[in-house]
Write a protein that binds this ligand. Structure first.
Ligand SMILES: Cc1cc2nc3c(=O)[nH]c(=O)nc-3n(C[C@H](O)[C@H](O)[C@H](O)COP(=O)(O)O)c2cc1C
Ligand SMILES: C=C(O[C@@H]1CC(C(=O)O)=C[C@@H](OP(=O)(O)O)[C@H]1O)C(=O)O
Length: 364
């Protein structure tokens, strides 16, 4: 009922609220014998944690992960892995004014409609803070994928109207700036755009792109659990993501068949494609090409700029939201997109073991 579970074999269940005591994740179905340390997981959590950039919420959380179970002497044991992150800087009193108010574009109103009651401290369960648990699980999924030489790279591809120029793409630059943008020129413009918006107590949206290299063939089912459908579901489940494209995405609608089709060529007895408009999957199944995915992220709903809102008791109010909020969610969600893609692919990989007799024969 609470809808907190993802995956069929490599299953994750996240728990916790933004202002509760702690949040965390339980992973069931991780194979035994994977070498993993808290440092491997912390590396990704540090990319997401709040309070480290002029373009992020000032809430100060170390987001230090503790492994409670499922890992012994540096290796997974094949039993449920449980990880916890304690909340340390909630300052919940600062949010008491929002108790009886419905913030536009936040989850307050729909939660009350569904449950009749909600944890109003911060954004409770709907807070972007829940994504810390996803990132911790994603770091383990990435470790499995890295052993198979899969590489997942996400980055900020636009902030508001400022887009990166593919000609300037520099992968090494992604980790060197607060916005995780791979284009130094676009970065300068995006920073100036954000500074102006912050002065006006407003927020920005943007897009995230994600590329997966060395993808094994055969992941995904022909219908329903198609690789593209599962990736879209996983990424769309991140708070504030409003759209997901695979490959040419919405541009495909404006192309002709001749423009859009990825042509085949034999090259030294291997089938190659001249383009990758499909974005790595055909008929729901990966064909060994890179997976290319793009997510649209809405602007942060909680802004200080005065908006039209309503109170629970039926008044129209002018609302200026206080508290600590991200002026832009995009850079904080980059590593979350990587995590959701990794979790989806690991689950598909494990499921794929049963797709053909030969795969089973390889194991036994
Ligand atoms: C990493 C991250 C950080 C976020 N930070 C904020 C924030 O500071 N303030 C806010 O109002 N919403 C923030 N959000 C967005 C809310 O979680 C989101 O608006 C809410 O879950 C409802 O979104 P939905 O309608 O797209 O599901 C953040 C989301 C993510 C993923
Ligand atoms: C603390 C984090 O970001 C938070 C995401 C968030 C929201 O509404 O999504 C609202 C703010 O927190 P609070 O729940 O205290 O209002 C942000 O500071 C985090 O992501 O770790």
């Amino acid at each position: 009922m609470s809808g907190s579970i993802l995956g069929d074999i490599f299953k994750i269940s996240t728990w916790g609220e933004s202002h509760g005591k702690a949040l965390g994740v339980v992973i069931d179905g991780c194979p035994a014998g994977l070498k993993i340390s808290e440092a491997d997981i912390q590396k990704d959590l540090d990319r997401r944690k709040p309070g480290q950039s002029p373009f992020a919420t000032p809430r100060k959380e170390g987001d230090e992960v503790e492994i409670l179970s499922g890992i012994f002497e540096g290796k997974t044991t094949g039993t449920p892995i449980s990880m916890i992150i304690f909340n340390k800087n909630q300052k919940s009193k600062d949010y008491s004014a929002l108790k009886d108010v419905y913030r536009p574009a936040q989850s307050d109103y729909s939660y009350d409609l569904k449950y009749g009651f909600r944890d109003h401290r911060g954004s409770g369960r709907a807070s972007g803070r829940e994504t810390a648990a996803r990132v911790a699980a994603g770091a383990i999924a990435k470790k499995i994928l890295a052993a198979l030489e899969l590489k997942i790279t996400a980055y900020t591809s636009s902030i508001g109207p400022i887009e990166i120029d593919p000609k300037n793409y520099d992968e090494d630059y992604i980790m060197q700036n607060f916005l995780y943008m791979p284009d130094p020129e676009a970065l300068k413009k995006a920073e100036s755009y954000l500074r102006k918006l912050i002065k006006k107590n407003n927020s920005s949206g943007g897009t995230i792109e994600c590329v997966v290299k060395n993808v094994p063939e055969g992941l995904g089912d022909p219908v329903f659990d198609k690789c593209d459908a599962l990736l879209a579901r996983a990424v769309m489940s991140i708070g504030a993501v409003k759209g997901v494209e695979i490959g040419s995405g919405f541009e495909a609608a404006e192309m002709t068949g001749y423009e859009h089709n990825d042509f085949y060529r034999y090259n030294e007895n291997e089938i190659n494609k001249t383009t990758n408009n499909a974005g790595g999957t055909l008929g729901g199944i990966t064909d060994g090409s890179d997976i290319f995915l793009k997510a649209a992220v809405k602007p942060t709903p909680s802004i200080e700029k005065t908006q039209q809102a309503v109170s629970k008791s039926g008044e129209n109010i002018d609302l200026s939201i206080q508290g600590r909020h991200d002026p832009v969610i995009v850079p904080r969600a980059v590593v979350v997109v990587e995590a959701m893609v990794a979790l989806t692919l690991v689950d598909l990989l494990l499921k794929n073991m049963t797709a053909r007799m030969e795969y089973l024969e390889k194991i036994y």
